[in-house]
Every structure is written in structure tokens, then in C-alpha cells.
Write a protein that binds this ligand. Structure first.
Ligand SMILES: *[C@@H]1O[C@H](CO)[C@@H](O)[C@H](O)[C@H]1NC(C)=O
Ligand SMILES: *[C@@H]1O[C@H](CO)[C@@H](O)[C@H](O)[C@H]1NC(C)=O
Ligand SMILES: *[C@@H]1O[C@H](CO)[C@@H](O)[C@H](O)[C@H]1NC(C)=O
Length: 392
């Protein structure tokens, strides 16, 4: 693994003085690596797991997405922002951890506000483009937000972000590129529409190839640090659990979590292939940091032990939704008039059947960026500066 060349620059004289004049208490604080000032910008691609408002701004005002209505956003922002959660997403916790502003959506945004990051992620976005699905008779929502489109938006924006070649170098050197999660919708749209698993399994290789191609293009442009997340355990999602509900005495379910094994196995299949490809890219780009974010295992801790981590209502029932065993119902979706919302979203892992609560995203963020679930550990990139300040 390449070491980052900029960490040493971050060790300021003040930190050196602290390091030698330390009291025991100060030493503990200094030994916690901080990512503040290591990165000055976040550039993000992906889907609803990272969308901070693009889908909302792309939508016709007569037909807004569910995330435009309360109770979306109720916990942190106090009103809907287009995020598919009650509050902050993993990308918001990353931004706060790095000490940069919450990453503004590209659509409807101003170049002047993109100095510390820009977000191209679009809720519902696929890794592959529409023709792939058309050729296979799979209907996907009609709008232009695929991973390839997102990358072309970035390339269009680049000249206005970087006026000089030193701006350009600075941008690529000091930006954290978040590439995903993406690909989940390529499977979701098909599986939830009834396409067989045999057919959907054939999507994995092209989906991973699309992600790899984006990572390679970003590296060619000059990206130094990329975080590439895998898929969540989709067999634990209330939407899938409702759609594929079967006689619970069958072996379809994991007895410990109540999740659907065949869907989780499928998510792992995607993740294994993605990790293999990322390792290959890392080998041929020793000066870049290509970091796999293991969303699956970070989240799986919550599904295995929700009560241990304070999620007293469990992990698979949605906080916001409609009638049904998992509080998920396609006729009464969160954000629609007939939906009901739980009293305290922090007791739930699942927010709306498809997405998680801010409380769950906060837990997963910590497991990834301050814990063991990125490969290599994210903290290894950060300077040993002051103790990180972030909001639980
Ligand atoms: C999407 O792409 C099509 C074809 O390129 C174009 O006609 C349409 O205007 C685009 N829609 C949006 C919302 O950008
Ligand atoms: C589930 O399957 C078992 C064994 O096949 C059967 O005995 C039971 O009645 C079924 N339960 C329901 C609710 O269908
Ligand atoms: C979903 O809600 C409709 C009413 O809006 C109801 O008829 C249906 O039974 C519900 N589905 C489930 C699985 O409970």
C-alpha cells in the first residue's frame, strides 16, 4: 500500500511541541489520528446512499421524489433535503469528520460552492446505462443519472473548478473520491420487478466492470485517494423481506438475523468480485490509495446485534412506512400520506424499508472510518494531529 505523501506536511510545529511537552492526557488525544486537514474536499459518485439532493433537483416539481416530503430529514436538518433518511448519510459523517462542509449536490448548485467538494450521486442511479437494461427487458426509471453520466458531469465541471494546473494538482491530491455505493440499484430495479436471480447474477460482472472503469478514469485524471464501497446486506432490507416473504419455516432465512440468505449471498458475490478487481487496480497504481469500504460487514453488526448497540426496535422493521410485517408497503411508502412514522428513529436501523436511519449510518460510518471495516484502515491515511471532533 502506498503511503500518502501529504501526511507529514500536516504535522505542524504546534503538534510537534505538543508531542514533546505532553501531559499523559494530551498524549492520548494526540495518538488518535485525525483526518481533519488531510483532505480538503470530497468528490462523490453514487446512488441514494450518498445523494444529498441531486435527485430532488433533477425531478419535475410536479412529481417530486418521496425524499422531498416529511418526515425525511426530520432528525438533523428539520426539513427534507432530498436525502433518503431521517438525517445525515454516511457521506455527511465523513464530511464532518474531515472538517469540510456537507457536500453540496451538483444539480442546481453553484460552482462557487464546490470548492470543498461536490456530490454527483443520484438516488436510484445505476452503474450501467439504460441500454443494458432495455436489451434485457428490464424497466428502470427514466432519467440521466447513471455512473457514466455522473462522471461526465464531473469532467464538464473540472475546467471551472481548476483555473490553473496547480489548482488541478491540489484538487486531485487533496480530494477524497467516494465512488459508491453504486450497483445496488442495477440489481434492485430488476429483482423487485421480478427478474429471476439467474438473470440478475449475469449483471454482476458488467456492474463491477462499470465501477472499475470509473475508478480507472478517475485515477487517469489524477485521483490519489478513492474509497469504493461494496453493497449492503440487501437480504436484511424491509423492502426485500416484504417482496420475497416466504413461509418462515423455510431455510430462506438466517435464524439469527431474520434476513434472506439468498439475497445476502448475492450481495457478497458482488462484493467479492469488486474487492478482487480493486486489489488488482491497487497493484498497478502503487501511488494511489484505493480503499474498499466494507458496508456489508459494518452493517451486519447491526443486524446481528441491534439491541447491543441501542437499536431497541430491532434492525429489520422500518421506522417509516405502511401496513405489513416489516412496516413496509409499496402502497403506503414513507413520505406518502398513508405512511406512519415511529416516535424515535434512533431506536431503528431501518428508516423507510430501503434506506437506513441517521443513527444506523452514524454507527456504520464509525465502523468504517474509525474502525476496522475499510481495507486498508482509513485512519492510516490521516495525520496524527488533533483529536477528531465529530457529532454522534
Ligand atoms: C436525458 O437524456 C436524453 C437523451 O440524451 C435527453 O433527451 C433528455 O433531455 C435528458 N433529460 C434530462 C432530465 O437531462
Ligand atoms: C410452513 O411450512 C410448513 C412445512 O412445510 C407447514 O407445516 C406449515 O403449515 C407452513 N406454514 C404456513 C403458515 O404456511
Ligand atoms: C398494504 O397496504 C394495503 C392498503 O393500503 C393493504 O391492503 C395491504 O394488505 C398491505 N400489505 C401488507 C403486506 O400488509
Amino acid at each position: 500500500m502506498a503511503s500518502s505523501s501529504f501526511t507529514s506536511k500536516e504535522i505542524t510545529a504546534i503538534n510537534l511541541i505538543l508531542l514533546i511537552s505532553l501531559t499523559p492526557i494530551l498524549r492520548i488525544a494526540c495518538e488518535s489520528p485525525s483526518c481533519e486537514r488531510t483532505f480538503t474536499s470530497i468528490i462523490s459518485f453514487g446512488d441514494s446512499l450518498a445523494d444529498t439532493g441531486n435527485k430532488l433537483h433533477l425531478s419535475n416539481t410536479n412529481n417530486p421524489p418521496a425524499s422531498a416530503s416529511p418526515p425525511y430529514g426530520e432528525t438533523y436538518f428539520k426539513s427534507p433535503t432530498g436525502r433518503c433518511s431521517d438525517g445525515r448519510l454516511i457521506i455527511d459523517f465523513i464530511a464532518q469528520y474531515l472538517g469540510v462542509p456537507l457536500v453540496p449536490p451538483y444539480i442546481g448548485g453553484k460552482v462557487a460552492n464546490f470548492g470543498a467538494g461536490v456530490n454527483f450521486a443520484v438516488a436510484g442511479a445505476t452503474a450501467l446505462d439504460k441500454p443494458f437494461f432495455e436489451e434485457r427487458g428490464v424497466d428502470i426509471p427514466v432519467w440521466n443519472g447513471s455512473l457514466g453520466t455522473q462522471l461526465s458531469w464531473f469532467k464538464d465541471l473540472l475546467p471551472s473548478l481548476c483555473k490553473t494546473s496547480s489548482d488541478y494538482d491540489e484538487l486531485f491530491e487533496r480530494s477524497l473520491f467516494l465512488v459508491g455505493e453504486i450497483g445496488g440499484n442495477d440489481y434492485n430495479h430488476a429483482l423487485l420487478a421480478g427478474v429471476s436471480m439467474e438473470v440478475v447474477e449475469t449483471f454482476v460482472s458488467p456492474v463491477v466492470a462499470a465501477i472499475v472503469s470509473t475508478v480507472n478514469e478517475l485515477l487517469d485524471l489524477g485521483a490519489r485517494t478513492l474509497v469504493v464501497p461494496g453493497n449492503f446486506p440487501i437480504g436484511c432490507s424491509a423492502a426485500y423481506l416484504t417482496t420475497f416473504m416466504t413461509n418462515s419455516s423455510t431455510k430462506d432465512y438466517d435464524p439469527q438475523t431474520g434476513c434472506l440468505n439468498w439475497l445476502n449471498n448475492f450481495a457478497m458475490q458482488h462484493n467479492t468480485m469488486l474487492r478482487t478487481e480493486l486489489a488488482r487496480i491497487q497493484e498497478s497504481h502503487p501511488h494511489a490509495n484505493i480503499i474498499y469500504a466494507d458496508y456489508y460487514n459494518a452493517a451486519m453488526q447491526l443486524f446481528l446485534n441491534p439491541y447491543k448497540f441501542g437499536f431497541s426496535k430491532g434492525a429489520i422493521t422500518a421506522c417509516c412506512g405502511g401496513k405489513g410485517p416489516y412496516h413496509y408497503n409499496t402502497s403506503e411508502m414513507c413520505g406518502q400520506p398513508l405512511a406512519t412514522v415511529c416516535a424515535d428513529s434512533s431506536q431503528y436501523v431501518n428508516w423507510d424499508g430501503l434506506h437506513l436511519t441517521e443513527a444506523a449510518y452514524s454507527f456504520i460510518f464509525k465502523a468504517l472510518f474509525q474502525g476496522p471495516h475499510t481495507v486498508p484502515p482509513f485512519s492510516s491515511l490521516c495525520s496524527a494531529a488533533s483529536h477528531p471532533q465529530y457529532d454522534q
